[in-house]
Ligand binder design. Structure first.
Ligand SMILES: *Cc1c(COP(=O)(O)O)cnc(C)c1O
Length: 369
């Protein structure tokens, strides 16, 4: 039986091997490992790719969120609105920056923060909104920016799954005060280890975050802020810069594969498939379907060597780590339902189209039983 992996980087890395090897040797022979010219170069290229004036390389996507929120100067009881359905790093970024995450239910069609429910979560302490471009789908930024303006909120985009996603050509990470990206290896642009980056047009935030990521220092041994050690490795920057050139191609391949999934599965009535709003270009970090029979379907596919994932099985308000916030089951019914019904199908740019069709045939068979 042929196995179809959920995700696989081997082919992609093999194709880039000689470029990657050369870059590694170059950094080693330069013996420049921390904040060298490769970091500066990659920051410039990533900012230009995203369409922002600045980008600051950091240690991880989580640190990008922590530093972004710290740079905005939020204090202990300041509240940040974020979706109840996301990866936990979105909430932890707020917590580690010393502010308070406030969860908002998501919409059932896109699984993104539901702005109509954000209004009810506002208090006099609300200082920021943190939409997540989940699964590579752009959150509706025009509406979010209007909402933020009306309520005097900062906007931080969690674009960890959305490198290159856009709304009418404008890229995710370029709408808010700050955009936060992760280079975790399985992201659309992945490093060979951990990494992250923050994008912004604001010079003051660029200056502050550049200092905060480097012990709060601009001049060696002079520390103006209580900063962290959260720098993107020079080696990772050199490798990411090579991969950045291919990112648009890989995203196009993801969209082509998503189209095949959607065409093959359109007639399976029991499924809710991803869909695109007009002018919104998802980069399909994941291809996620919703079905009431999720666990059964997952087992059925697994037995035939087709590997799937669940993103994510527990919403934020039901995580043990956040029991101190006193939410309870039933508070965010849409997020809770998505957690039970979501299934991520095998997905990566080099996945053969025939494998997509094989998975679709198995899914059709499952629902015909
Ligand atoms: C991956 C991810 C992060 C965190 O990134 P790390 O680099 O793993 O710290 C944050 N938010 C979302 C939505 C993510 O998917």
């Amino acid at each position: 039986m042929k196995s179809i992996p959920f995700f696989d980087l081997k082919e992609q890395n093999q194709k880039l091997k000689s470029d990657l090897d050369r870059a590694i040797q170059q950094v080693i022979s330069e013996t420049s490992f921390i904040l060298g010219k490769e970091v500066a170069n990659f920051e410039k290229n990533f900012a230009s790719f995203t369409g922002t004036r600045y980008a600051i390389g950091v240690n991880s996507g989580l640190d990008a969120l922590v530093l972004a929120i710290r740079a905005l100067g939020l204090k202990e009881n300041n509240e940040v609105l974020l979706p109840a359905h996301t990866f936990i790093a979105t909430a932890l970024g707020v917590s580690w920056a010393g502010a308070k995450p406030v969860f908002v239910d998501v919409d059932p069609d896109y699984c993104l923060l539901d702005l109509s429910k954000a209004k009810k979560a506002l208090t006099k302490n609300t200082k920021a909104i943190l939409p997540v471009h989940l699964y590579g789908q752009p959150a509706p930024m025009n509406e979010i920016l209007n909402f933020a303006k009306e309520n005097q909120l900062f906007v931080i985009e969690d674009a960890a799954q959305a490198h290159g996603a856009s709304i009418h050509g404008k890229k995710c990470g370029s709408f808010g005060d700050l955009g936060c990206f992760s280079f975790y290896p399985s992201k659309n642009l992945g490093a060979f280890g951990d990494g992250g980056i923050i994008t912004t047009d604001r010079e003051d935030l660029y200056e502050k975050i550049s200092s905060l990521r480097n012990y709060g220092s601009k001049i060696k041994y002079q520390h103006d802020l209580k900063g962290m050690n959260s720098r993107l490795d020079n080696l990772q920057a050199a490798l990411l810069d090579i991969k950045l050139k291919y990112l648009s191609d890989w995203n196009a391949k993801r969209r082509a594969l998503a189209k095949i999934y959607s065409e093959e599965l359109i007639n399976v009535k029991a499924l809710r498939l991803p869909k695109d709003r007009p002018g919104f270009e998802s980069v399909y970090h994941l291809y996620v379907i919703l079905t009431e029979r999720r666990d059964e379907l997952k087992d059925f596919l697994e037995k035939q060597g087709m590997h799937t994932g669940i993103h994510y099985p527990v919403p934020m308000h039901l995580q043990k780590a956040y029991q101190d916030l006193n939410y309870k089951a039933g508070d965010f019914p849409v997020a809770e339902k998505i957690a039970k019904n979501c299934l991520s199908l095998p997905f990566y740019p080099e996945l053969p189209a025939e494998d997509v069709k094989t998975v679709c045939q198995a899914i059709q068979k499952f629902f015909q039983k």
